[in-house]
Design a protein around this ligand. Structure first.
Ligand code: FES
Ligand code: FES
Length: 164
């Protein structure tokens, strides 16, 4: 066992864990953060995705002891009592079917929009490729990402000129 420090959604935690324990298990079982889901456990479906230092990371294959920096989960996206534009677009477009994959879809999209606020359809497809949805909600996912990107652009005076 060894002590680790994790910062999740702005809160610091010190835990005593087996160093190889996947981050997903720590988040769900020790910290009660249920946004990231266990799908394949092999890094192949994306259901467990979280954002670490701005990058979408599959937490089921990431040893918790290897994490340095800020972890953001689905629970950390809303701020000031308002949903993140992606979450709102997901509701508006009624994206989920069973919902199981949707944590991974939103977190992967969030990491993309933070780096590239105006993705093309091709860039969205390339980024989201590999985040699997057994209910085939891919078209609605793409529509919602584009809607969220527009909401973010409309709310940002500096990007309005670029978009116009
Ligand atoms: S549960 Fe992590 S990639 Fe599938
Ligand atoms: S909504 Fe069911 S797996 Fe994606």
């Amino acid at each position: 066992m060894s002590k680790i420090d994790l910062k999740v959604n702005g809160r610091s935690h010190t835990l005593d864990i087996e160093p190889a324990t996947p981050l997903l298990y720590i988040l769900r079982n020790d910290l009660g953060i249920q946004g990231p889901h266990f799908g394949c456990g092999l890094g192949q479906c994306g259901a467990c995705t979280v954002i670490i230092n701005g990058a979408a990371v599959r937490s089921c294959v990431t040893p918790a002891s290897s994490v340095k920096g800020e972890i953001t989960t689905l629970e950390g996206l809303a701020s000031g009592g308002k949903l993140h534009p992606l979450q709102q677009a997901w509701i508006d477009e009624q994206v989920p079917q069973c919902g199981f994959c949707q944590n991974g879809q939103i977190m992967t999209a969030k990491a993309m929009l933070d780096k590239n606020p105006h993705p093309t359809d091709t860039q969205i497809r390339e980024t989201m490729n590999g985040t699997l949805c057994r209910c085939m909600s891919y078209y609605r996912i793409q529509t919602a990402i584009k809607k969220a990107a527009k909401t973010i652009a409309d709310a940002s005076p500096s990007t309005k000129e670029v978009v116009a």
